[in-house]
Design a protein around this ligand. Structure first.
Ligand code: ZN
Length: 182
């Protein structure tokens, strides 16, 4: 099993209950250590594994952040021998909760979510796979409209997600203008 975007290893650890070996991958090598889990550094758009290396690939809370999502999905499909488990934000209106970056003035989607998803887009992103099951976690119906979005942009998006950890999507600085560590 390959866990892409492993962060603190929450899912990697759970996955060891179902798989003999879990490879936990993140941009920087994760620093946790759990039995049956190997940690590696890697980039979802350029995976270092050969074709069909894993029985299953798990990727949650990752694809909404990747600008080159087409390439990332191609890589996931390539290294997956059988199943792929994908978790993404569903039909999110990313105009809502936008921030105006205090460093560069750029408009950022909430939490750096550059990609919205629905069933059709997922099917297009994984042309070699078919959907076996899908489920939803929670449900919100928050939407906005172009006029409101324009007015919020003019006002500097005062109710944006400024508490987010994700950096500005343009220059990788904090959206509040503070320099990021590292
Ligand atoms: Zn910026």
């Amino acid at each position: 099993m390959l866990d892409i975007g492993a962060r603190d290893g929450h899912f990697s650890q759970i996955l060891t209950e179902y798989f003999d070996e879990v490879t936990a991958l993140d941009l920087e090598r994760p620093d946790f250590s759990f039995q049956l889990v190997t940690t590696v550094a890697g980039d979802a758009t350029r995976l270092q594994f050969s074709d069909d290396s894993f029985d299953c690939v798990f990727c949650a809370e990752v694809l909404e952040h990747i600008p080159n999502v087409v390439q990332a999905c191609r890589e996931i499909e390539r290294v997956a021998g059988h199943e792929v488990i994908i978790g993404v934000s569903y039909k999110q209106d990313t105009r809502l909760g936008r921030t105006t970056c205090r460093s560069c003035g750029g408009k950022n989607p909430p939490w750096g979510h550059v990609n919205p998803f629905d069933e059709r887009r997922l099917a297009r992103l994984f042309p070699g796979l078919s959907i076996k099951a899908s489920s939803f976690v929670g449900s919100v119906r928050s939407e906005t409209n172009p006029v409101s979005t324009m007015l919020m942009d003019m006002a500097g998006n005062p109710w944006g997600t400024y508490e987010q950890d994700e950096p500005c999507i343009y220059f990788k600085r904090s959206v509040t203008g503070k320099r990021l560590a590292g």
